[in-house]
Design a protein around this ligand. Sequence first.
Ligand code: ATP
Length: 260
Amino acid sequence: MNDVNAIQMENIWTQFGDNVIHENISFSLPKAEILGLVGASGSGKTTLMREMIGLQAPTKGRVMVMGQALDYESGNISGQMLSQCGVLFQKGALFSSLNVFDNIAFPLREIGVKDFEWISHLVALKLAMVGLSAKDELLMPAELSGGMIKRVALARALILEPALLFLDEPTSGLDPIASQGFVDLLCELHHDLGFTVVMVTHDLNVLNDLCSKVAVLAEKKLIAYGPLEVALKCNHTFARQFFHNKHAEKVFMNREHCFG
Ligand SMILES: Nc1ncnc2c1ncn2[C@@H]1O[C@H](COP(=O)(O)OP(=O)(O)OP(=O)(O)O)[C@@H](O)[C@H]1O
């Protein structure tokens, strides 16, 4: 058992029918790091993340989370993971029929917490943590801005104080100011709470400002894994197109030495 790694992917193969998505992917993510999963559309980023959360079994290989191998056959993974994972999905981030309070309280009620005062206390704490106020509690998702939706979804993901946070495209659909605000918030919360983060992202600013590790998927394989510098030096065509263009050069200006 390795108590240093939050996630360990060992020789992961994923196949849907004849469609092979991942070929022999292995990496370890130490606790308290922030991993950005990058790859072309359809390269299998979300599927890989779903395998880490236990929502999807790989065809072959082993996934270790917090030192424990996920047993996909037990049918008990969601219970096993619920208490240690917070998840923020890109689509369906909030239940549209529940107000902000009930959305954030949802995971508490799922695990059987009934004391209303205790739930209210925890919801208020998390709302404040993501920069929202008590008066936002009664708003419905349709009344929120994109940035507020992400913040409420983050508050819900954090309500059980998870050791691991999974984020699918956390800044997609946000304007640059809201996006930077969300990145700053995540940075601050990570600093204060020390959780491990795995996120799927196409956002170069997020990779630059937030991620301590980057995993790049292409042609079913992990073509680069390590600090951003490793991905920036990767010679694969996808990596060169993704990390070496006008926009990327601006974002990574402070890492100029990586461009050669
Ligand atoms: N349950 C499933 N059954 C069959 N095929 C699937 C299933 N889930 C994913 N796939 C296929 O696996 C491939 C990878 O999908 P995935 O969503 O993981 O890619 P992605 O890199 O996250 O893409 P995007 O950036 O577009 O969200 C796609 O070809 C997708 O159609």
